[in-house]
Structure formats: C-alpha cells, structure tokens
Design a protein around this ligand. Structure first.
Ligand code: PLP
Length: 406
C-alpha cells in the first residue's frame, strides 16, 4: 500500500475541544434524530440574537464597494474607528498604522504570535484559557507556560505566581479579560501589577478583550492599554460577541505603547497581513457603525435583559444543586461551574460531559479542554433562553445524582 499522508508533527499537542470529539458525537446523535441542547459554542445567532440592524444595513449598503481586495491592514474607516475607541480608552501611541483588521480575532491571535515567536520561546497564558491561545502558541513554535486562575481566588491570577514563571525565554504575557471560560473581570490594581511584571521583564502584553462590553451587575471593565501606558500592548476586539456578528468574521488588534520599541514588530505584522492579502472587505463596513456609539448589548446584560436573566437562571440552578459551585461570572457569555469534591469525590470531567450528552442530550465543554489539569469544571454558554437553562440544570443534577450512586 502506498504510504499514508501524515499530518505535521506541529499538531501533536494542539487541541480545540470546543468543537472536538464531543461535538462530533452530538452531530451523530442529531443525525439519528435526537434533539441536543448545544451549550458548547458562544454563537449568539444560534440562540436568536440578531446582529443589530444598523450593522447589517451598513454592510448591505457597501456591497458594491467590496468587490476588490482592500488594504492589508483593513479599511481606513474601520481602522480609524478602532483608533478612536482605543484613544478614548486611554491607549497611548495608537494610529491607523498600528491597527490591523482580521478575519476574526482568531486570525489575529495566530498572526500576532507568528510575528513574535522563535522556536522555544515561552508565552505566559492563563489556565483555564481560551484554547486557541495555547494552540496558536504551539503552532508557532512557542511553549505555553500557564498561570493559574483558580476558583478559590475568584478565577483571578496571582501576580507572584505569574512572575515566578518568567524565564530568559519568556516573550509575552497573555490576558483574557473579561475571561472566557470563567467570566472573571480583572480589577485595575491587578492589571497594574501584571503590567509592572511585563515592564520588568520586557514582555509584550497581549489582551483578548473580545467580551469588553459584556458585563453584569456593574462589573468595571478596565482596558489594559490604558494601564499599560508606554509599555507595548496588543489589544484585541471584534464584532463576534458584543456586536453579535460572529459569521461576519471581523476582529481587530491595536498596538499601543512606545512606537519606537515595536517598530520592527509592527512591520512583521504588516508583512504577515499582506501575505494573506486582506480581511473580508464586505464585513469590515460594519466596524465603524459598531464602534460609533455604545454597544447595544448593554440592554441584554442589564436587569430585565435576556443575558442577565440567563445568568440568573444559571446562578439559581447552581444554588439548588447538591453538587455544584460557581463563581458568578462578572462578564462574557459563559459560566464555569465546578463539581464539589465533598459532594462527589471521584469525578472525571470528560466522562461527565459524555454522560450528560448521551443520557440527557446536553452538550457542554469539560474544564480540562481549557488547559486545566484534572479539572472538576465544565463550561456552558449563557445564550439559551433562561427557561431552557433552568431545565439544563435539572438534567445536570440527574446525571450527577447517578454518578454519586455508583
Ligand atoms: N477570543 C476569545 C476569548 C473567544 O472566546 C473567541 C471566540 O469564542 C475568540 C477570541 C475568537 O473570536 P472571533 O470570532 O473574532 O474569531
């Protein structure tokens, strides 16, 4: 037999379980006629959250202007809107030359690490993380070094632990704020300590702020660029979550801080952006109207709003549970409950998620998928209607009850 085609060894440790084996099993069950409650992906459109009409209209109106390639860094109007947003947030040194529009934040995460890393360079990542950050680090020859964001510390990092991980190979410190999967929103004094660590060790700061305006109960989001000042900082944002347009595939990054320190790095970003020609032009027309005023998502996260009610349904479900604990999410679109060791000492998150799918037709993501060893957590999205989430917790409790009896 001719030799099989084998994949690159670079992929050996690369995982993305949010769309992994469990999702494939859910699709099989659906094909066999089962109705699966899919809580694995933060896809607002799936749960009836429409992209605001003024964004859709802006894109439709500019279709005829979208037929050619655009600038590799993005449309001027889109980049100017990002500059205005970042300056209003206190970012220093931001200009249209230092803003890049990409096909989603996903593409820009990869691009920013590809432009930075040499083989063996280390990147400080949160554990749990949004697993693309680990994957992109590995695919670009880097080594993830994880700082823990434990439930007993409200899922906030411990700056001393972060600093203890720094070696001569460390190049970058990544933050996800508001956090996916935990919903933690980082307070300013914590950000100040993390910026000081980056400054002491010459690290590039990268902050994934894609959930920046999805906040509950008045949680105060602090843009890192404001705290970072002259320290080089990449801030990521996009249309997918706050503006409920994940299918548009539009994200941005802005480079703030002292331009002299990042001139060569900026040029590398531009080269990589040019290699892929440009981001989808059509959808970029939505960026300016999206950033022109306050995001409309505030009405959904405020009391009386659908996301606020969904989060409350999850908090109620956890409170009524004999097995679960939860640090209430302060932002983003997820809850990250934990199965208590005193209630269920033997617990395997992968086995639990599989049973929940097979026995109760609910798809969640096991905590270990977010680069946490031996996790007792699982993640679910807050996007379904509150009544459906309440029912999901009844199903979760049934599975945990059965596991407790075995
Ligand atoms: N960063 C975080 C923290 C996310 O949760 C996601 C998507 O879920 C992304 C980035 C990717 O977003 P995009 O749709 O802009 O590629």
């Amino acid at each position: 037999m001719p030799a099989p085609i084998t994949p690159s060894a670079h992929l050996a440790d690369v995982r993305y379980e949010i769309r992994g084996a469990l999702t494939r099993r859910a699709r099989e069950l659906e094909a066999a006629g089962r109705d699966i409650v899919k809580l694995n992906i933060g896809n607002p459109a799936r749960y009836g959250f429409a992209t605001p009409a003024h964004l859709r209209e802006a894109v439709a109106a500019r279709l005829a202007d979208s037929e050619g390639y655009g600038h590799e860094q993005g449309l001027d109007a889109a980049r100017e809107a990002v500059v205005a947003q970042q300056r209003a947030r206190g970012a220093q040194g931001v200009s249209v030359e230092r803003v890049f529009i990409g096909n989603g934040v996903s593409e820009l995460i990869d691009l920013s690490l590809r432009a930075l890393l040499q083989p063996g360079d280390e990147v400080l990542l949160p554990s749990p993380d949004y697993p693309l950050w680990s994957a992109a680090t590995l695919l670009n020859g880097g080594r993830p070094r994880y700082y823990r964001c434990l439930a007993q510390n409200a899922h906030l990092p411990d700056p001393d632990e972060v600093e203890a991980l720094v070696t001569s190979r460390t190049r970058a410190l990544v933050l996800i704020n508001p956090n996916n999967p935990t919903g933690a929103v980082y307070p300013r004094p914590l950000l100040e300590r993390l910026v000081a660590i980056a400054a002491r060790h010459g690290l590039l700061l990268l902050t994934d702020e894609i959930y920046d305006e999805i906040l509950y109960d008045g949680a105060p989001f602090q843009p890192l660029a404001d705290v970072a000042g002259a320290q080089p900082c990449l801030s990521f944002g996009g249309l997918s979550k706050v503006h409920r347009a994940c299918g548009y595939r539009v994200g941005w990054l802005s480079l703030s801080g002292d331009p002299a320190r990042t001139a060569a790095y900026r040029d590398a970003l531009q080269l990589l952006a040019a290699l892929r020609l440009c981001a989808n032009v059509t959808a970029q027309w939505a960026v300016e109207p999206a950033l022109a005023g306050r995001a409309t998502i505030g009405a959904l996260t405020a009391p009386g709003g659908r996301l606020h009610a969904a989060r409350q349904a999850v908090l109620d479900g956890v409170r009524a549970s004999r097995y679960l604990d939860l640090v209430a999410p302060a932002g983003a679109l997820y809850a990250f409950p934990q199965v208590r060791a005193d209630a269920l000492p033997q617990f395997d998150d992968d086995a639990f998620a599989l049973r929940l799918l097979e026995e109760e037709a609910v798809l969640v993501v096991p905590g270990s998928s977010f680069n946490v060893p031996q996790s007792r957590h699982f993640r679910l999205t807050l996007l379904p209607p509150p009544a459906q989430l309440a029912d999901v917790f009844v199903r979760i409790e049934r599975v945990l009850g059965r596991m407790a009896l075995e």
